[in-house]
Ligand binder design. Structure first.
Ligand code: NAG
Ligand code: NAG
Ligand code: NAG
Ligand code: NAG
Ligand code: NAG
Length: 274
């Protein structure tokens, strides 16, 4: 699985593959994700800034990663995580070429930190290039690639209140659910076999994360999302529900620059772009 690490050496290089107009690019990406299990978008475990080493967020010195910002609970028996977010309006960061496409995703998940064999996760992705924005709703059982929900099931716009939930019904099965709180429109996916759930969960981590995800082999240029608040944040350990209190906080640092600021309350996780 060494190829997972190859993105780091070129992580902050601008991709020439993004030269097509945003909408065409998005459509192409969506088609690729719809048609193939093996598309080019992937959420990964956390990595130490500018290295190819895994970060373990339960260690107090692992405050920064190259790709994760937010809060992670560590324990045993975590099989349910949920939160609601207001979909942000992303914009290109003040530094960086205005012709590039910048993206990030916000998701809830189980595992990935102290258990790296699998991550059950769902969330939304938001991108900006110039004045254009685009959104995608997705689910993933790492190490498989992420897959998009159909636009006929759910379409995402700035300002929507979206509830995101993962529910592991076993270490190899579970559900990813996105719900538009305004319309009660629900999109869900049930992972039911080893092809769909290629890694085994440990149920050690519950997390609420804004991620600089991997596209092909590099970290996508990180978008300015303003702020994402995971409200009504809850995790369940075998039926016992808790909020994010006790989480390890993590922020994104790339090339020596800290790009996010994360915090939590008893029932929310707040991630700000700095
Ligand atoms: C953090 O988790 C890793 C992986 O499970 C473990 O090896 C390490 O001992 C843990 N560190 C602390 C400080 O708990
Ligand atoms: C983008 O937004 C700026 C500032 O509002 C505006 O001046 C410009 O015309 C917009 N460009 C396009 C292509 O809409
Ligand atoms: C969610 O609800 C809002 C408000 O009714 C609506 O404008 C939007 O299109 C809906 N989005 C989804 C994802 O269904
Ligand atoms: C998770 O899914 C199972 C199976 O559908 C369901 O019985 C259970 O209530 C769900 N868990 C939660 C916390 O909603
Ligand atoms: C979860 O709770 C049930 C009922 O109390 C218990 O039988 C089971 O062993 C628990 N599972 C874990 C993983 O703790």
């Amino acid at each position: 699985m060494k190829f997972y690490y190859s993105f780091l050496s070129s992580s902050l290089l601008v991709s020439s593959a993004l030269a097509t107009p945003l909408t065409t690019h998005r459509r192409g990406r969506y088609e690729a994700r719809r048609l193939s299990h093996f598309n080019n978008h992937q959420s990964h475990p956390p990595y130490k800034p500018d290295t190819d080493e895994r970060a373990f967020l339960n260690r107090s010195n692992e405050r920064y990663t190259s790709n994760w910002a937010g809060a992670v609970l560590t324990g045993t028996g975590y099989n349910f995580v949920t939160a609601e977010i207001i979909v942000p309006t992303p914009k290109p960061p003040s530094r960086g070429p205005s012709t590039d496409e910048y993206c990030a995703s916000a998701w809830v998940g189980i595992d990935g930190d102290t258990c790296s064999s699998a991550i059950l996760q769902t969330g939304i992705e938001f991108c900006a290039r110039g004045n254009s924005t685009s959104y995608d709703a997705w689910f993933e059982w790492y190490p498989a690639y992420s897959r998009s929900f159909l636009p006929s099931d759910i379409t995402i716009s700035a300002g929507d209140r979206i509830k995101m939930t993962v529910n592991a019904t076993s270490k190899r099965s579970g559900m990813a659910i996105l719900e538009n709180i305004s319309t009660r429109q629900v999109a869900s996916h049930t992972f039911k076999n080893h092809f769909e759930a290629p890694g085994e969960l440990c149920e050690y981590n519950a997390e609420w994360i804004v991620e600089d995800f991997v596209e092909s082999t590099f970290l996508v240029p990180f978008v300015d999302f303003g702020q994402v608040t995971f409200a009504k944040a809850q995790a369940s350990r075998n039926g016992t529900v808790s909020g994010p209190i006790g989480s390890n906080l993590v922020d994104i640092k790339q090339n020596g620059v800290v790009l996010t600021s994360s915090s939590f309350t008893s029932d929310s996780v707040i991630v700000k772009h700095t």
